[in-house]
Design a protein around this ligand. Structure first.
Ligand code: ADP
Ligand code: MG
Length: 666
């Protein structure tokens, strides 16, 4: 196993992989598949929050690799981003096990063919081995993640309703089913709280694998297909409803049995899904319903044409030529001809403009490559001072590999560049929406009777086809409301005001002294704070919420006289990296300089950005479709919480988008 070079880490790292139970299962199952497993057992307890266990019969992990197996950016699968072009494994970032260690207690038991017995490793939050002992398992690897998210209570709270937990189990099941269809010779067992939820035996082909999922009645209405294009090197295969199928067997209201795989990755590709649904409804059902056909579509293209690095869980991919979705009729060749024709119609001046733009693009691209190469060499220089690298010639090879234009590199550049540019020039999205003044007036008349009392009272008119745009009106203007931004801001406000970071006991308490704080008034503030009742040993804990909500458990230990009392930090939040005395100082400064009385007034910056992150993540998990009642509730809470000072979301984006003013006399 090797550590990825820093430049590669910067390009690929995502740090957002593990946000749910299903994401843990996905990473572990993919590791098992990468290890050549033909049998995978997935066991969950309490929806995965108490325990997630994935056992495989793959090649196992060599004892020499164990110390770094769960350390971030160590992987046995690629050497640098150049290798992405020939990627055959699911994993490549060397990030998953490390990320899981951050949010759960992880045990790995593994045995290779060469080992005489298996070894169980206990890992710490950074993925380092804490202890190891021999154990009795056969060849393969078992990864156990215990008490998931226990140090991230915010995230755990989110799964507090039974429905959300069940949805999560359903997602795990759907994921395992996808792999089951994809890999006929894979045996899968899925257990929750000791009950078998699904199992699949080894079968000889895709058809039998699919039959085991769909049943023979549905399969009787399906047929297989194959398509190969030499020119675009694309290979399509799978199963679709037959022409004369009984469509009641092959249609569902959800896409849960619409399976799309690109180069053996189960993916969510909305464009493709929509296209197939559209075609199916129009041509097969001959009506404009919105049913999803049951189907399996396997797309295989040269790896260099797919960018799997789009989302951390790799469930969305970028196709180099979007020929699939945009040019389903026109072949690439046709498109080229068309462009040539169009080019001929341009005036000399216009041609010049495009040529200049192309030259600029090329220049920018070359500049980026140059910069990347320079940074790469600088970093490897710095690195070689700090760490022992595999070999310096490997570094050199690394540099040379960067020079030819990697087909993934421009796309990565583009992705990053577009993000930077988005930030720079307030990227404006233009969407066309159907709108009828007639209907709008009618709707508005209906609501007029309610008589908006105050100037800034809001009235909900209509939701548009996008979940994040609701048409609302006040007495004076018509606006679009983005409810997700409001919810995000509300969540953030709630967290900032109330969230209590749990304090984990420190191995060695930190005694607070003047010199540690570099000033005496800090201790004075602490001594003035209220404390709990005395414990049997005579010590007390500072119970001031400004300390406890920020994850500080501070003990006051009495001396012989008051002057000999002293304070120590006995427990501290461990969900924030490098949290410590400096952050305590920030709280005390807010109290001293700004007379901060409430918890929200003295949140250390690290806590603020952590809670921001949590608010963003949680609001992203809100359902895609909110009902009118939900929106009204959101507006109501917005008013309660923010009053009339209209704010924006965590990123400062406004809740409302002004559309037009209403004439005074309506
Ligand atoms: P990645 O899959 O991106 O390499 P991971 O953090 O998921 O990163 O895994 C790190 C390394 O641990 C892998 O590269 C692989 O060598 C080893 N590993 C993880 N899980 C297994 C497994 N189930 N069987 C064998 N090796 C494994
Ligand atoms: Mg992996």
């Amino acid at each position: 196993m090797k550590q990825l070079p820093a430049a590669t880490v910067r390009l690929l790292s995502s740090s957002q992989t593990i946000t749910s139970v299903v994401s843990v299962v996905k990473e572990l199952v993919e590791n098992s598949l990468d290890a050549g497993a033909t049998s995978i057992d997935v066991k969950l307890e309490n929806y995965g929050f108490d325990k997630i266990e994935v056992r495989d019969n793959g090649e196992g992990i060599k004892a020499t690799d164990a110390p770094v197996m769960a350390v971030k950016y160590y992987t046995s699968k690629i050497n640098s981003h150049a290798d992405l072009e020939n990627l055959t494994t699911y994993g490549f970032r060397g990030e998953a096990l490390g990320s899981i260690c951050c949010v759960a207690e992880v045990l790995i038991t593994t045995r290779t063919a060469a080992d005489n017995f298996s070894t169980q490793y206990v890992l710490d939050g950074c993925g380092h081995i804490v202890s190891q002992k021999p154990s009795h398992l056969g060849q393969g690897t078992t990864v156990t993640a215990l008490r998931l998210f226990k140090n991230l209570p915010v995230r755990k709270q989110f799964y507090s309703t039974a429905k959300k937990c069940k949805d999560e189990i359903k997602k795990v099941l759907d994921l395992l089913i996808s792999y089951g269809i994809l890999k006929p010779d894979l045996r899968i067992l899925f257990i929750h709280n000791k009950a078998v939820l699904w199992q699949k035996t080894r079968v000889s082909d895709h058809k039998m694998a699919l039959t085991s999922v769909l049943g023979t009645a549905v399969m009787g209405n399906m047929e297989s297909f194959q398509y190969h294009s030499e020119e675009s090197q694309i290979h399509l295969s799978g199963f679709l409803p037959k022409h004369d199928a009984d469509h009641s067997f092959t249609s569902l209201s959800t896409p849960e049995r619409s399976f799309i795989f690109i180069n053996n990755r189960p993916i969510h590709q909305k464009d493709i899904l929509k296209l197939i649904r559209h075609y199916y409804n129009l041509k097969c059902l001959k009506e404009s319903t919105r049913l999803y056909p049951i189907f399996v579509l396997k797309i295989d293209v040269p790896t260099a044409n797919v960018d799997v690095n789009l989302t951390p869980d790799k469930s969305q991919v970028l196709l180099q030529n979007k020929f699939l979705t945009e040019n389903s009729k026109t072949s690439l060749e046709d498109a080229t001809l068309q462009i040539e024709e169009l080019w001929k119609t341009l005036s000399e001046e216009e041609k010049l403009k495009y040529e200049e733009r192309a030259a600029k693009d090329l220049e920018r691209y070359n500049r980026q490559i140059k910069r990347a190469t320079e940074q790469e060499s600088q970093i490897s220089l710095q690195d070689s001072r700090k760490k022992i690298k595999p070999s310096s010639s490997w570094n050199l090879a690394q540099k040379h590999k960067l020079k030819p234009s990697l087909s993934n590199q421009p796309k990565l550049d583009e992705l990053f560049q577009s993000q930077i540019e988005k930030k720079k020039n307030q990227n404006i999205k233009i969407v066309q929406i159907p709108f009828s003044m007639e209907n709008f007036k009618k709707n508005f008349e209906k609501y007029k009777n309610f008589e908006l009392e105050e100037k800034d009272e809001l009235c909900l008119i209509h939701n548009l086809k996008f979940p994040d745009a609701w048409l609302v009106t006040s007495k004076t203007e018509v606006m679009l409301l983005n409810p997700y931004r409001v919810e995000e801001a509300l969540l953030f406000k709630r967290l900032i005001e109330n969230h209590k970071l749990p304090a984990e006991p420190l191995e060695k308490p930190i005694i607070l002294t003047e010199s540690l704080f570099n000033g005496s008034h800090y201790l004075e503030i602490l001594y003035k704070m209220t404390a709990d009742d005395q414990t049997s040993s005579g010590s007390t804990y500072l119970s001031d919420p400004r300390l406890t909500a920020n994850g500080f458990k501070i003990k006051l230990i009495p001396g012989v006289s008051i002057a000999e009392n002293y304070l120590e930090i006995e427990g501290m939040a461990n969900c924030l990296p490098f949290y410590g005395v400096m952050d305590l100082k920030e709280i005390l400064n807010a109290i001293f300089n700004k007379n901060a009385k409430e918890v929200f007034e003295c949140r250390p910056r690290k806590v603020i950005s952590y809670l921001e992150g949590e608010a963003v993540r949680l609001s992203r998990q809100l359902p895609m479709y909110l009902s009118k009642e939900d929106i009204q509730d959101i507006i109501c809470r917005m008013k309660q919480q923010f009053g009339n000072e209209i704010k924006g979301c965590v990123h400062g984006r406004p809740f409302f988008h002004h559309l037009t003013h209403l004439p005074e006399d309506t």
